[in-house]
Design a protein around this ligand. Structure first.
Ligand SMILES: *Cc1c(COP(=O)(O)O)cnc(C)c1O
Length: 376
């Protein structure tokens, strides 16, 4: 919570939940990444928060952009990024979208299988490709599972196929899982990456780049290591596995770039119990899983919640959203402790909500409008 956000909310007159994002915090985060990993290019993961003001600021600061669709590529271009600062980082692309990206000047693409390589060879000839490898996501609060990437043993064949089809086999990528609290998580993936570099070299293909992905955390309830600790751990792992022949590197922070820059202001709609004798209360807010807090799925991300009664005694609460869907319950297995004095109509502040909220918000479920966003 920054003084600027507090001031903005004090003067706010409109109704309904909103997310307020402070660009000064995004600037500080960008500079912290640049300092912690000085030889690494930053590709901001646009999906975390594609607000034009955020993209424009990052473009001005020199950031590159990791885009997952033609629409995101167009947003990055509109914000002032040139095409050579954009990667099409989704491993699952329609061939006509690859062609469209190529026509817009994009020359850097992610792949994780030979079928995708063939699309790129046809629709974006001569481009650079990097092959994504699987990562188990251990230590991450929002793991990215098995959907993206291939086993390291397969990556060499995928890259060789690209090379044969006239593409530039550029390197290897991975994502250690989002909200990764273990700074050592990059070590195993970098061991695999260096093995792929060696095997490709044996086949006469010289790779140049390792894409270290995202995973850098935002502080929610538990403390997390600072960016510099990640920078140090990554540099050590790079040196250990690549010796003095360090590859070019890029990172793709999303959450770590914008998460702590945003705060959601919401309102208590109802406080109730299911039986008079119940210990646990139900607190319903005017925002829930469908209004932007989708990452509370499986109670994965636990946001800090502030109220005007924080000094008072706290009681366990089930926290739920306003829609008529029983899945719209955020915290129940592990109840959330909120002040006993919290009442209908009170405002609450949900912190660390600058990433993955506005983009996850439904368009009009039950007629509720999408999460309003203010960038200041
Ligand atoms: C979502 C995504 C990111 C951003 O991940 P964070 O954990 O938010 O930093 C980076 N790279 C790729 C390919 C992604 O899909």
């Amino acid at each position: 919570m920054t003084a600027r956000i507090r001031e903005f909310l004090r003067n706010r007159r409109d109704d309904g939940p909103c997310m307020v994002l402070d660009l000064d915090v995004v600037r500080d985060n960008y500079n912290a990444f640049a300092r912690a990993l000085p030889d690494t290019r930053v590709f901001y993961a646009v999906k975390a928060n594609p607000a034009p003001e955020v993209l424009h600021l990052l473009a001005k600061l020199g950031s590159c952009f990791d885009c997952a669709s033609v629409a995101e590529i167009e947003m990055a271009l509109a914000a002032g990024a040139t095409a050579e600062r954009i990667s099409f980082g989704n491993t699952i692309k329609k061939e006509r979208d690859v062609a469209r990206a190529h026509a817009l000047g994009v020359r850097l693409f992610a792949v994780d299988c030979t079928a995708e390589v063939e699309k790129i060879a046809r629709a974006a000839p001569g481009s650079k490709v990097f092959c994504r490898i699987l990562c188990d996501g251990a230590g991450a609060e929002w793991p990215l599972s098995r959907k993206f990437g291939c086993v390291p043993e397969m990556a060499t064949d995928v890259l060789e196929h690209a090379h044969r089809l006239g593409l530039e086999a550029y390197g290897v990528s991975f994502h250690v899982g989002s909200q990764q609290s273990n700074t050592g998580a990059w070590d195993q993936a970098l061991a695999s990456a260096s093995a792929i570099f060696r095997e490709c070299a044996e086949r006469g293909i010289r790779l140049s780049m390792v894409n270290l992905g995202g995973g850098f955390p935002t502080k929610y309830l538990k403390p997390v290591p600072g960016v510099q600790s990640y920078g140090n751990a990554i540099f050590q792992a790079l040196s250990k596995h690549f010796g003095n022949r360090l590859p070019e590197t890029i990172i793709e922070p999303g959450r770590g770039m914008v998460g702590n820059a945003g705060v959601i202001e919401a309102e208590v709609v109802l406080v109730s119990k299911k039986a008079e004798a119940d210990e646990v209360r139900w607190v319903y807010l005017d925002i829930g899983k469908f209004g932007g807090l989708a990452e509370t799925m499986d109670e994965s991300i636990r946001y800090p919640i502030r109220t005007d009664h924080d000094g008072d005694d706290k009681v366990p609460c089930v926290l739920a959203g306003p829609t008529c869907d029983s899945a719209d319950v955020m915290y129940e297995k592990t109840p959330y402790w909120l002040p006993v004095s919290l009442e209908i109509g009170d405002k609450v502040l949900i912190e660390g909500t600058g990433a993955y909220t506005t983009t996850y918000s439904a368009v009009a479920f039950n007629g509720f409008p999408p999460l309003r966003s203010y960038v200041i």
